[in-house]
Design a protein around this ligand. Structure first.
Ligand SMILES: [Zn+2]
Length: 238
């Protein structure tokens, strides 16, 4: 059952989640800055960072947040600017419920197909919309993910020059395809195994059955002795 967001509670006072020792929780937090470098290299054996792209979408994103709460798990959400612009309260709810936020361009353009000016505009508009949605909770995003994880050395430099940290992907659940949640989670574990049993996991929050995939992933991670690492934005807005 979905729990309605309380529209009158200040975002700095999120709904408390009751966590106990049986839940995965978060093993540690990495404070990221635009100069942090590749996240994968900072992870230890059996550590994962959970990431969700392409939201927010109120109903499905909230269902993913509820699934994460059941294990007291924290993730990073890479929001599209146009979605954050449409659903700013949902962007704030993600933050208020203890997750970190990055941007993912304005409209999911494949930046490899654009000239530098147009690519920079996509990144900036996405970033501005996400920061506008978060401004009332005094949060700003410093993390960015390329749509389709498609980049070039020049594009990566442009993003770095915009004071954003590019966050890559180690284990992609390919959940935009028609594969089942079980197959998506199997794929993630195959990719983690090929990457030293650690890495940054990618799923999407606004898709059909995103919550089921999230719950299944958490259950397998727990079963196989993985620990969750959270990424925390430093707060350059302060
Ligand atoms: Zn995407």
């Amino acid at each position: 059952m979905l729990v309605a967001a309380c529209s009158v509670a200040p975002a700095s006072d999120p709904k408390p989640v009751s966590c106990d020792a049986t839940m995965m929780g978060v093993a540690r937090t990495i404070e990221v800055t635009p100069r942090t470098g590749p996240i994968h290299a900072l992870l230890r054996d059996h550590e994962v960072v959970l990431t969700f792209d392409d939201g927010p979408e109120p109903k499905r994103t909230r269902a993913v947040l509820d699934a994460l709460d059941k294990e007291c798990a924290k993730a990073t959400f890479f929001l599209l600017g146009n979605q954050a612009n449409r659903y700013p309260a949902m962007a704030r709810e993600i933050s208020a419920r203890g997750h970190s936020i990055g941007s993912h361009t304005w409209s999911h353009a494949n930046l490899v197909n654009l000239n530098d000016t147009a690519a920079k505009d996509q990144v900036q508009r996405g970033q501005d919309a996400v920061n506008a949605a978060l401004s009332s909770v005094d949060k700003r995003s410093v993390m960015f993910r390329f749509p389709y994880v498609a980049t070039t050395p020049d594009l990566s430099r442009i993003v770095r020059d915009m004071d954003l940290l590019e966050v890559g992907v180690t284990a992609d659940g390919a959940d935009w395809t028609r594969i089942s949640p079980e197959e998506a989670v199997d794929l993630i574990f195959q990719k983690l195994a090929l990457s030293g049993d650690k890495g940054v996991v990618l799923l999407h929050d606004p898709f059909d059955r995103s919550d089921a995939r999230t719950a299944l992933l958490l259950s397998r991670l727990k079963q196989e002795g993985y620990r969750i690492v959270a990424l925390e934005n430093t707060n350059p807005g302060r």
